[in-house]
Design a protein around this ligand. Structure first.
Ligand code: G3H
Ligand code: 13P
Ligand code: NA
Ligand code: ZN
Length: 328
C-alpha cells in the first residue's frame, strides 16, 4: 500500500533504522527493488527524478509504481518525487498521486545554481502548505551536496550545483537547519555532509570519517523530529567496476561511500538513504558480462534478467545493512 514518507520514517526513527530510497526509471529496477523488499520483509521508498520522467514518461512511471503496490500489496511503499526544482513541479507530482515530494530549494529552478536561504525557505514553505493539505510529505534540502575531498558537486545532469564548492557550502549549518525547519515545517531534510551524486565521489579509497558524522549528529540534535536524508549514498562497488572494465567498459578508478559509514550516519539520525548509481553499475556490469559470455544471444529478456538479479542483490544488501529488513 502507498503510504507517506512521514509515516514510514516516523516508524524508522522509533525503531532506529534507515530506509534505502532507490531511484526508479524502468521495469527492471522496479522488480529488483520489490523482489528484494519482499524477500527481506522491508519497507520501500522508490523515487522518480526529472530524468526518470523524461525517460519513461510520468504516466508510465506512475503506473509502474502502482503496479508494484498491486503485485506486492503487503509491502508499504512511498512513491517519492526526487529533486523537484519548483513548487509547480511538486504540485504536478502530487496531482499524479505521489505520496511524497522533494522540493530542492537549495538550487534555483535551473537545478544547478545555488540559491539563497530566503529563496529556499519561500519555495519550500509554499510546497509544504500545498502538500500537507493533500496528505503528502515534503523533503527539503539545505546546503550544497559535494565531495568534502574534491569540492565537486558530482556528475549528474540537472541534480547538483555546478563547479567547485567552498567548504562552508559543503556542510549544512545546524543553526540554519533549525531555523529552516521552523520556517517550512518539512518532514525530512536532505543535508550536505560530504557526499556527492554520481559515481565519482572520491579519488582514493575513503578511510576514517569521509562523512562529517559529527555534523550529522549536531543537526539531528537540533531537529530531532525532522528526518535526515543522505543523498549521494552509493557505495560504488569495486567488484562491479571490475566486471564492467573486464568486459569492455572504461570506468576510471573511483570510490563511493562505504556501507559502514552510512550505518554510522543512521546511528546518528539519517533515515532515508538515496541510492541510484549502485544499481546503474550493477545492471551495466551484469549486461556487459552476459553479452560477452553469450555473443549469439539477442533476446533482451535474457540480459535484463541478469541485470535485475544484480540490482536485486544490491537492494537486499542495503535493506539488511540499514536495518530495514524485517520492518516491512
Ligand atoms: O539525484 C540524482 C539521481 O541519481 C537521479 O539521476 O536525474 O539522471 O535520473 P537522473
Ligand atoms: P547516488 O548517485 O550516490 O546513487 O545518489 C543518488 C541520489 O542522491 C538521488 O537523489
Ligand atoms: Na543542495
Ligand atoms: Zn539526490
Amino acid at each position: 500500500a502507498l503510504i507517506s514518507l512521514r509515516e514510514m520514517l516516523d516508524h524508522a526513527a522509533e525503531n532506529h533504522y534507515g530506509v534505502p530510497a532507490f531511484n526508479v526509471n524502468n521495469l527492471e529496477q522496479m522488480r529488483a527493488i520489490m523482489e528484494a523488499a519482499d524477500e527481506t520483509d522491508s519497507p520501500v521508498i522508490v523515487q522518480a527524478s526529472a530524468g526518470a520522467r523524461k525517460y519513461a514518461g510520468a504516466p508510465f512511471l506512475r503506473h509502474l509504481i502502482l503496479a508494484a503496490t498491486e503485485e506486492f500489496p503487503h509491502i508499504p511503499v512511498v512513491m517519492h518525487q526526487d529533486h523537484g526544482t519548483s513548487p509547480a513541479v511538486c504540485q504536478r507530482s502530487i496531482q499524479l498521486g505521489f505520496s511524497s515530494v522533494m522540493m530542492d530549494g537549495s538550487l534555483k529552478d535551473d537545478g544547478k545554481t545555488p540559491s539563497t536561504y530566503e529563496y529556499n525557505v519561500d519555495v519550500t514553505r509554499r510546497t509544504v502548505e500545498m502538500a500537507h493539505a493533500c496528505g503528502v510529505s515534503v523533503e527539503g534540502e539545505l546546503g550544497c551536496l559535494g565531495s568534502l575531498e574534491t569540492g565537486q558537486a558530482g556528475e549528474e545532469d540537472g541534480v547538483g550545483a555546478e563547479g567547485t564548492l567552498s567548504h562552508d557550502q559543503l556542510l549544512t549549518d545546524p543553526d540554519e537547519a533549525a531555523e529552516f525547519v521552523k520556517a517550512t515545517h518539512v518532514d525530512a531534510l536532505a543535508i550536505a555532509c560530504g557526499t556527492s551524486h554520481g559515481a565519482y565521489k572520491f579519488t582514493r579509497p575513503p578511510t576514517g570519517d569521509i562523512l562529517a558524522i559529527d555534523r550529522i549528529r549536531e543537526i539531528h540534535q537540533r531537529i530531532p523530529n525532522t528526518h535526515l536524508v543522505m543523498h549521494g549514498s552509493s557505495s560504488v562497488p569495486q567488484e562491479w567496476l571490475k566486471v564492467i572494465n573486464d568486459n569492455g567498459g572504461e570506468i576510471p578508478e573511483t570510490y563511493g561511500v562505504p556501507v559502514e559509514q552510512i550505518q554510522e550516519g543512521i546511528r546518528h539520525g539519517v533515515r532515508k538513504v538515496n541510492i541510484d548509481t549502485d544499481l546503474r553499475l550493477a545492471s551495466t556490469g551484469a549486461i556487459r558480462r552476459f553479452l560477452t559470455e553469450n555473443p549469439s544471444e539477442f533476446d533482451p529478456r535474457k540480459y535484463f534478467a541478469v541485470a535485475t538479479k544484480a540490482m536485486k542483490d544490491i537492494c537486499i544488501q542495503r535493506y539488511e545493512a540499514f536495518g530495514a529488513a524485517g520492518q516491512g
